[in-house]
Design a protein around this ligand. Structure first.
Ligand code: AKB
Length: 316
């Protein structure tokens, strides 16, 4: 039986991924770790420990002590925050990955998942239907670290046979844990403000289209990639994952179907330049072919669930 370590279990992806993995592999086989306390659900359903991925010795010790065979490393400083502390963000994003790869090499935890992002693309990349292989000249610290990370992942796969797997996540939309410091965060914040105040001031302009994905689709596909037959994976860097593309105006119209009086105003800030350097929609046909990527949420279904669940959460 696999023993799985999730690093960054208290963040937006981790808090849902841990619970999904526990359903598949059994509660006691999924070890949740972070430098912050997790949700009650994670605490109560299985093992949790404070673990700092930047501490290599402790990380390696953990992998050996608990006979870990798979690692999901979700620790990262996201795009918006990274622009405020560029050198620190580079250090954290790269060191957390390098520690994971090196600890994997020195232990039995040979299967590693690490998230890349649509941020690996830049202003010179084709903005529509961005292919898997294309020009990649990211101009954000986060994007540069994700592109470098993809290259390191592939390097450890070729050189040391680490079973490295990765996807380029679009903006992720969820109602359980809020994202922190990303450029796509507006697409989550908007739901909280719609319910609390009936209005939202958006930090991106109305026509800024970006690829996005509902969390359930992201989690299902992450586990699908990790369970895929390794021989079928033609890429050991990172797979494009497209989701649904929309701009703030289209999301506003989707919300207005359920809340006709919802108001939006636009006040673009420094994150506009980041969003402008990213694709509007990407092509994920290679992931579909290699490991069966498929999604089930469209804009309307996602909007309905977000309003319903955040409504319930804020009513409590
Ligand atoms: C961000 O906005 O920084 C992230 C991402 C697209 O990787 N959500």
């Amino acid at each position: 039986m696999d023993n799985i370590l999730v690093i960054g279990c208290s963040g937006q992806i981790g808090s849902e991924l841990v619970m999904a993995l526990r359903k598949v592999y059994g509660n006691e086989h999924v070890f949740a770790t972070d430098i912050k306390e997790p949700t009650n659900e994670i605490h109560e359903s299985g093992p949790f420990q404070i673990l700092d991925v930047l501490d290599f010795k402790n990380l390696l010790h953990f992998l050996v002590r608990y006979n870990i065979t798979q690692v999901y490393n979700l620790a990262a400083v996201l795009s918006g925050n990274a622009e405020k502390i560029p050198l620190q963000a580079w250090d954290i994003n790269m060191k957390s990955l390098m520690n994971t790869l090196e600890a994997a090499r020195q232990s039995d935890a040979k299967k590693v998942f690490w998230p890349s992002s649509i941020a690996v693309f830049g202003p010179t990349t084709p903005r529509h239907d961005t292919p898997q292989m294309t020009v990649m000249e990211p101009n954000t610290v986060y994007g540069i670290s994700k592109l470098a990370g993809e290259r390191w992942g592939e390097y450890y796969n070729k050189k040391y046979d680490i079973d490295f797997r990765s996807v380029r996540y679009p903006g992720l939309i969820s109602y359980k844990t809020e994202p922190g410091g990303g450029t796509t965060d507006y697409a989550v914040e908007i739901f909280y403000d719609a319910i609390r105040k009936g209005s939202y001031e958006c930090f991106l302009s109305s026509k800024t289209a970006l690829p996005m994905m509902f969390m359930e689709d992201a989690i299902t596909n992450t586990i699908r990639l990790m369970q895929a037959d390794g021989d079928k994976l033609s890429l050991r860097s990172s797979y494009n994952m497209a989701g649904i593309s929309f701009d703030p105006e289209q999301l506003t119209n989707a919300i207005r179907k359920y809340m006709p009086d919802f108001e939006i105003t636009y006040k673009p800030d420094f994150r506009q330049a980041i969003a402008d350097s990213w694709p509007a929609c990407i092509d994920d046909s290679v992931a579909q072919k290699d490991w069966g990527l498929k999604t089930t949420y469209d804009l309307d279904k996602m909007t309905r669930i977000m309003l319903e669940k955040i409504g319930e959460k804020l009513a409590v």
